[in-house]
Design a protein around this ligand. Structure first.
Ligand code: AMP
Ligand code: ZN
Length: 119
């Protein structure tokens, strides 16, 4: 069922504490933790606790939680003090765009100059 935890999903395992992560913020509906392979001084992933395959599926099934993820991305940027300089919120969607974990997640990147367009 949409939103149910998946036993084969890495990020569902982080939600329940089965896989360790450096958690920086948590709400009733979301968890934010440091990316294990950071691409910038600030690189935090914000995920919904519910399992949805990607950002669009999350927004379609649970728009309120999609909004929670975006709000938390902003809170992470503020907590990391990268909100004034600017930061980027990225949702890689589909393998061709670099998505490797099929549980919706926002990358919050900051703390260095960010090129546009991205690679
Ligand atoms: P994506 O490639 O957009 O699906 O993003 C998945 C991200 O998850 C990558 O940036 C990985 O470095 C990160 N990642 C994979 N395993 C872990 C983990 N155990 N803890 C934290 N981040 C992870
Ligand atoms: Zn999951």
């Amino acid at each position: 069922m949409a939103g149910e935890p998946r036993s084969d999903c890495l990020f569902c395992k982080i939600v329940v504490g089965e896989v360790p992560a450096t958690i920086v913020r948590e709400t009733e509906t979301t968890v934010a933790f440091r990316d294990i392979n950071p691409q910038a001084p600030t690189h935090v992933l914000v995920i919904p606790k519910e399992h949805h395959a990607d950002a669009a599926a999350l927004a379609a099934a649970a728009p309120g939680i999609a909004a929670d993820v975006l709000r938390e991305a902003g809170e992470v940027a503020a907590q990391e003090k990268t909100d004034d300089a600017g930061y980027r919120i990225v949702f890689n969607t589909g393998a061709g765009a670099g998505q490797t974990v099929f549980h919706a997640h926002a990358h919050v990147l900051g703390g260095r100059g960010l090129e546009w367009p991205p690679g």
